[in-house]
Design a binder for this molecule. Structure first.
Ligand code: GDD
Ligand code: MG
Length: 353
C-alpha cells in the first residue's frame, strides 16, 4: 500500500496543481520511481491510498506502472483518513493472508523491500519499520531502540532536544494482518501517533536499518537538493537534445525533445523536462524546469524551479531561489528578487525588488 493522500503544503505553490507523488525527480514522477523499485523487488500489486483529486491527477498523468497491478483506495470526500485510516479502509483489498508493505508515497528511498519483509518474517513482530539516521530527527518519527533492534519507544515529531536517538521512521513498514484490529474504523487515524506507540508497548515493533539514498522532499530547497542527489547517483541521464551550439555541462538531464538555442549553457545540475523550449544565450544551472515551459533569449537561471508550461520572457532577471509555478508568465525585462515566488497562472509585468 502506498500512502499518497497528503496535501504537500510546504511545496506550495508547485503543489497547488500536482500531488507530491507526481513531482518529477530527474524527469520522472516520484511515483514511477517507487513503482519501479517495487517491481524490481518482486512486488506485483500496489494499492494507492489517495484522495479523489490525487487520483484525478494520477489518472491524467498516467505514470508507467512498471508491470504492477495498481488499484486505488480513496479517502471519503473531505475526510482525509490520516496514515492508518486508509490501511483499515483497504482491509478487504489487502486481505489477511500475509504480511504486507506500506510506504509513505512522498519519500524517494533506496530500500531493499525484500530484506524488510525477510526481517519481519524472522521475528515475532506485528510491524517492522525501516529506520534511517538523520542529523536533525525532530521533524520525523523517532525511535528508542533496544540492543536487538526492537523499538522500545516511538515518538512522532518530538520537541527539539528531546529526541531519544537519531534513528527515524523512514516511511516504509511491513505490517502483519493483526494490525488491522488495532485501527479504529471510519475516522482519521495516525499510525505514528496512535498505532506505533501501542505496538511498541507490546514489544512487537521491530526496526530494520537501511542505508541507501533516502530523501524526503519536504520544501522547495529540498526538492532541488533531491534532484541533485539523484542526478549524481544515476549515470544514464544525459540525453542528446536537438542542440545547436549549446554547451552542456554534466551532470544534466535533458529530455530528448528539448529545443536549445544558440550559445546557451546548460548545467551543471540542470534538469529540463519534456518539450521545454530554451532560447539563445540562456544559462541554466542548479535548476529544475518542468515540462512544456518556455525560456526566452538572454535569461540566466540558477537555483530556480520553473513550473509546467510557465513562460519566462526575454532578458528577465530571475534571482536565485525563485519559484515560478505552473503556467505563470514573467514578462520581458522583469527583475525578480532572489527567493520570490509566483503563483500558478499569474502574469508578472513589473519588477519584484
Ligand atoms: N490517503 C491518505 N490520507 N494519505 C495520507 C493522509 C491522508 O489523510 N495524510 C498523509 N498521507 C500520506 C502522505 O501523502 C505521505 O505520503 C504519508 O502519508 C505520510 O504523511 P506526511 O504528512 O508526509 O507525514 P510526515 O512527512 O510529516 O511524517 C511521516 O513521514 C516521515 C518520513 O518522511 C511520518 O511517517 C514520520 O514518522 C516519518 O519519519
Ligand atoms: Mg512526508
Amino acid at each position: 500500500m502506498i500512502l499518497a493522500g497528503g496535501f504537500a503544503t510546504r511545496l506550495r505553490p508547485l503543489s497547488c496543481s500536482r500531488p507530491k507523488t507526481l513531482f518529477p525527480l530527474v524527469n520522472k514522477p516520484l511515483l514511477q520511481w517507487t513503482f519501479e523499485r517495487l517491481a524490481n523487488s518482486g512486488v506485483d500489486e500496489a494499492i494507492l491510498a489517495v484522495n479523489a483529486l490525487t487520483q484525478f491527477y494520477i489518472r491524467q498523468q498516467k505514470p508507467s506502472k512498471c508491470g504492477l497491478k495498481v488499484r486505488f483506495s480513496i479517502d471519503p470526500p473531505k475526510k482525509p483518513l490520516g496514515t492508518a485510516g486508509p490501511i483499515k479502509k483497504a482491509e478487504p483489498l489487502i486481505g489477511h493472508d500475509e504480511p504486507f508493505l506500506v510506504l509513505n508515497g512522498d519519500i524517494f528511498a533506496d530500500i531493499d523491500y525484500q530484506n524488510l519483509l525477510n526481517t519481519h518474517k524472522k521475528t515475532n513482530a506485528l510491524a517492522t519499520m525501516a529506520l534511517c539516521r538523520v542529523e536533525d530527527p525532530s521533524c520525523f518519527g523517532v525511535v528508542e531502540l533496544c540492543e536487538d533492534d526492537c523499538i522500545k519507544r516511538f515518538i512522532e515529531k518530538p520537541p527539539k532536544g528531546q529526541e531519544p536517538s537519531n534513528f527515524i521512521n523512514a516511511g516504509a513498514y511491513v505490517l502483519s494482518p493483526e494490525v488491522f484490529d488495532l485501527i479504529p474504523e471510519n475516522r482519521a487515524v495516525s499510525i505514528e501517533r496512535e498505532i506505533f506507540p501501542q505496538i511498541a508497548e507490546t514489544g512487537r515493533l521491530v526496526g530494520c536499518h537501511v542505508d541507501g539514498l533516502w530523501i524526503d522532499i519536504g520544501k522547495p530547497v529540498e526538492y532541488l537538493e533531491a534532484n541533485k542527489l539523484i542526478l549524481d547517483s544515476v549515470a544514464h541521464t544525459i540525453t542528446n537534445p536537438q542542440q545547436t551550439s549549446a554547451q552542456i555541462r554534466s551532470p544534466v538531464a535533458i529530455d530528448p525533445g528539448v529545443v536549445l538555442g544558440e550559445n546557451s549553457i546548460i548545467g551543471p545540475y540542470a534538469i529540463i523536462g519534456q518539450n521545454v523550449k530554451i532560447g539563445k544565450n540562456v544559462t541554466i544551472s542548479h535548476s529544475v524546469v518542468f515540462s512544456d515551459a518556455e525560456i526566452a533569449d538572454d535569461v540566466t537561471l540558477s537555483g530556480v524551479i520553473v513550473g509546467e508550461s510557465a513562460r519566462i520572457g526575454r532578458h528577465a532577471d530571475i534571482g536565485s531561489g525563485c519559484i515560478i509555478a505552473d503556467q505563470a508568465k514573467i514578462n520581458e525585462n522583469v527583475s525578480m528578487r532572489a527567493g520570490s515566488t509566483v503563483c500558478p497562472a499569474k502574469e508578472i509585468s513589473q519588477n519584484i525588488l
